[in-house]
Design a protein around this ligand. Sequence first.
Ligand SMILES: Cc1ncc(C[n+]2csc(CCOP(=O)(O)OP(=O)(O)O)c2C)c(N)n1
Length: 309
Amino acid sequence: MSFDKVDLKAINTIRALSIDMITNAQSGHPGFPLDAAPMLYILYKNHLKINPKKPSWFNRDRFVLSPGHGSSMLYALLHLMGYQLSLEDLKAFRKLGSKTPGHPEITVDGVDAATGPLGQGLGMAMAAKRLSTIYNQKDLEVIDNKVFAMVSDGDLMEGISHESASLVGHLKLDNLIVLYDSNDVTLDADADKTLNDDVKKRFEAYGWNYLKVSDGNDLEEIDGALNTAKHFVNAPTIIEVKTILGYGSPYVGRNIIHGNPLTKEECEITKHKLGYNYNPFDVPEDVQSRFESINKKQEKNVPRMVTKF
Ligand SMILES: Cc1ncc(C[n+]2csc(CCOP(=O)(O)OP(=O)(O)O)c2C)c(N)n1
């Protein structure tokens, strides 16, 4: 599957809306959306089996944004995908009572997990697998969904990620695919000040499959890794994607872009660097129609009729 200029523009729209939201709110975390937008876009464009018109469809794939501080990126994507999040909602980011709080809440259509405390994104696959063993019958697979989670360096440093990854490996949960945003930077400093795990060896020791994408801006490479991961059986998969925190911004690769809003001028500089020259909160027409066609495809994922229980 090849990608074109509109795909790149769509990714830059996610990045641009994210930093616009954060700058508008004067608070938030711009570094992660700028680096991780390509993998989020490809996941929703080509892999996640969902239906934005039926957001609570039971057998939909789930997406868990474990580093909840990247919420602006998820909200931007959900808006573009046609979920019930308007541009006004994006402009109300981090405001009390808004549909777009600083960390995602499951009260918002399209948000599958409330996240924020790092390390908690790895648990949902077990429930889906359990349900499938209870309800699936030989001639009727009622539950065959997958859980896709995105995790960060900070997530993998948390003790809970070790426990859950060990259990998931032991249970051979092949319905879990984890995209690891490996940008080598955390909140206070470069990750190597506190983290030097060999992630490949760590996860293989738990019984996982490990894949690596060497360039988080290489759309084909990300897409190919997800295709490979979906066909693995009898083990969960982690895909380490090497990314660059704050990609395109004046603070690229530095921890200060983790949680400090850009100024309006810095937003403009960042967009210019990305080759994206639109006003704050603008969505280019060709990007809008690209998302409409993605949605048309997704709408074919209609809930199947459940006749036997
Ligand atoms: C359990 C827990 N401890 C601490 C925090 C505070 N915190 C927020 S983000 C972060 C680390 C940021 O590094 P990373 O997760 O790699 O994110 P990135 O810099 O790539 O955006 C920390 C410690 C938290 N959210 N949860």
